[in-house]
Design a protein around this ligand. Structure first.
Ligand code: MG
Ligand code: MG
Length: 259
């Protein structure tokens, strides 16, 4: 595992990419009202990314050859869709939750972040799931420090989510990020034997996309026949929040908060 340490200048460029990701999230939040289709949101996001002179990192992932790979600009994951939802003609309804995941590259450097948007009156348990999953990401932000092992942080995240009774998704994890979207190391939101064996020793200049996914019911998921859309096995809702973070001398900074 080769973890690339980034310079201050490189991190600054990642923050510039992250700023566009945040602008896309804000646009999606404004648009996500009953009656709007996920395709309309996806198209508007693509237009904004183009206007900013950035490159969306999801369309045609992973080969980036035209006609291949992921068909959308964003991953738009509604209700029981965990991640990798594809925009389509579905019109949002009152009570939906909409995961928006966006990655862009600007001047050669990447930002990647996800949020879950609540449309109108969301059922209390589902609303709580979203708040708690966002808090799981906050736990990571508050506990990342040079000298700590990632398993210490992941354990806090997992314990918080599981104490609330949520299923912590095992099949998808966070990742290193830099001049490409997916780099070493894998950054799980839980602790398993593999992580203990290959733990990440947090160091200043590491840049990580941390992205907890919590389900109201079972942690188990399945992929639909489109080969992308991942849904909960029991059909219950799922929430997803992500930030690109840089480990600093005494903690971490968020590169996708729009600052
Ligand atoms: Mg993402
Ligand atoms: Mg990511």
């Amino acid at each position: 595992m080769a973890i690339k340490i980034k310079t201050r200048d490189q991190i600054k460029k990642m923050r510039a990419a992250g700023r566009i990701v945040k602008q896309v999230h804000d646009l999606c939040r404004d648009m996500a009202t009953p009656g709007t289709t996920t395709k309309e949101i996806d198209d508007a996001a693509q237009q904004l990314i183009d206007e900013k002179g950035a490159i969306g990192l999801f369309r045609h992932y992973p080969t980036y050859k035209p006609g291949e790979g992921f068909p959308g600009c964003l991953c738009i994951s509604v209700n029981d869709v965990v991640v990798h939802g594809i925009a389509n003609g579905y019109a949002l309804k009152d009570g939906d939750i909409v995961g928006i995941d966006c990655g862009v590259q600007l001047d050669g450097w990447c930002g990647d972040a996800a949020t879950t948007i609540l449309v109108g009156n969301v059922a209390p348990k589902t609303r709580q799931l979203c708040e708690d999953t966002e808090h799981v990401l906050q736990i990571a932000i508050e506990n990342i420090k040079p000298g700590r092992k990632w398993s210490q942080v992941a354990r806090l995240m997992q314990n918080y989510a599981e104490a609330k009774g949520y299923g912590v998704v095992r099949d998808f994890v966070g990742h290193g990020i830099g001049d490409t979207m997916h780099q070493d190391p894998k950054v799980p939101n839980f602790v398993n034997r593999d992580l203990i064996r290959h733990d990440i020793h947090l160091r200043e200049g590491m840049t990580l996309a941390v992205e907890p996914m919590c389900n109201l019911g079972t942690k188990d998921v399945r992929t639909l026949s489109d080969k992308w859309t991942v849904v909960t096995l029991d059909g219950q809702p799922s929430a997803h929040y992500e930030h690109t973070l840089a480990v600093t001398a005494d903690g971490c900074e968020i590169l996708t908060d729009g600052n």
